[in-house]
Design a protein around this ligand. Structure first.
Ligand SMILES: [Fe+2]
Length: 384
């Protein structure tokens, strides 16, 4: 019994700090503050554990039960036990009741081991190379995710193919050849439209990669993008945006874009809140809009914004599928106000379908249970 209480207390304690971590990283707080909070949370997570062991060792005859009966520790410990039970109940609820929306008519995943295929090292720098040696690291295991989705849209748009790339994070730690290969795969899908949902370039030195990567994407209706929180690391936003523009990409945020497919209208816009505030100036789409409205959002946290404006499709990234998904438990860390609720996958809210990509790379070159994702979505009209 003592062990069960100890385990639930640990789940509650660690879970509470994961909740704080996820919410802090969903904000536009300055990077230094978020980095400081990361370290503070790490210390707080381990401090009670070390403190308990310290008290047990220091005072002869002290047992675990003696330590947790100390005034402040007692209240925190039993609070954590209560939270632990709540987390477990919520986790079981999600596991049992989560269902892929019935709008997902088919889903097919293929894996490409680019680490093997591209032979010479793709990771640069001491830490990325070290992480690359970790067993089962999936950071370079590209998955091609093909989905057919039924959408509330005119029959003329039936068969429209959209390719999503997200979170490429050009840091210089992953070789440009990885991203060139991703672009080749995207072009092999022969999409009508490409959407890029943020976190393109982390390191200013990699801006020169843009023409050879994003610049090679081909789609007759255009390649649209929004920036993400990591793009703010580039000091000159204008220089970054100009480089992306010169490579032929279209900035989705700040206005409504209209394209036509088989004579039917498609409205596209973007939202990179809370990091870029363009979307706040955007007018609502007219109530009598026809066709299909697509939102590119860096974060899935803008789901309520999308619902209020009657989008039918929303593409997001940012959360990287948690980047590490434990067996059975799944991911525990995702920078979202919804925690890991929308860390990756397809979700339905009324007429709105949201797909959250696991992204293609990351700040840290480690992934377990959450391989990089390149998505192709073939749309089917429900108005046939
Ligand atoms: Fe990202």
């Amino acid at each position: 019994m003592e062990w069960i209480i100890l385990i639930m207390g640990t789940i509650g304690h660690v879970g509470l700090w994961c909740v704080v971590f996820n919410r802090v990283h969903a904000t536009a707080f300055p990077r230094k503050l978020r980095k400081f909070s990361e370290k503070a949370i790490l210390v707080i997570v381990f401090a009670p554990l070390f403190w308990t062991f310290y008290l047990i060792i220091r005072i002869p005859g002290n047992s675990f039960a003696d330590v947790i009966s100390l005034p402040l520790i007692k209240y925190y410990f039993y609070g954590s036990v209560g939270l632990g039970f709540l987390f477990v109940v919520r986790w079981i609820y999600r596991k049992v009741f989560f269902k892929l929306p019935s709008n997902v008519l088919s889903s097919k995943t293929e894996r490409l081991n680019l680490k093997k295929e591209l032979a010479s090292p793709l990771l640069h720098g001491r830490i990325p190379k070290l992480l690359g040696l970790f067993p089962f690291n999936e950071a370079l295991l590209l998955t091609r995710q093909r989905m057919t989705i039924e959408v509330d849209m005119p029959p003329a748009l039936d068969g429209l193919k959209i390719c999503q790339l997200s979170d490429l994070h050009f840091t210089g730690e992953v070789d440009i050849r990885y991203f060139q290969r991703v672009v080749e795969e995207a072009n092999q899908f022969q999409p009508d439209l490409v959407v890029v949902t943020g976190d393109l370039v982390d390191n200013a030195k990699c801006i020169e990669w843009i023409p050879e990567t994003f610049g090679k994407l081909i789609a007759p209706l255009g390649v649209f993008y929004v920036l993400g929180n990591h793009d703010r690391r580039i000091t000159s936003e204008t220089f970054l945006r100009n480089s992306i523009h010169d490579a032929g990409l279209i900035q989705a945020s700040s206005k409504w874009h209209q394209v036509k497919f088989n004579g039917a209208n498609i409205q596209i816009t973007g939202n990179a809140l809370p990091w870029y505030r363009d979307a706040e100036q955007l007018s609502d789409q007219p109530d009598n809009q026809s066709g299909l409205s697509i939102l590119l959002s860096h974060s899935p946290d803008q789901i309520d914004w999308a619902r209020r404006r009657n989008f039918q499709l929303m593409f997001a990234g940012h959360t990287h599928g948690g980047q590490i998904a434990f067996p059975i438990i799944g991911p525990v860390v995702a920078p979202s106000k919804y925690g890991v609720g929308y860390s990756s996958g397809t979700f339905k809210f009324g007429n709105l379908i949201m797909h959250v990509s696991r992204g293609l790379s990351g700040d840290e070159t480690i992934r377990w249970g959450s391989p990089p994702e390149l998505g192709l979505f073939t749309l089917r009209s429900n108005q046939q």
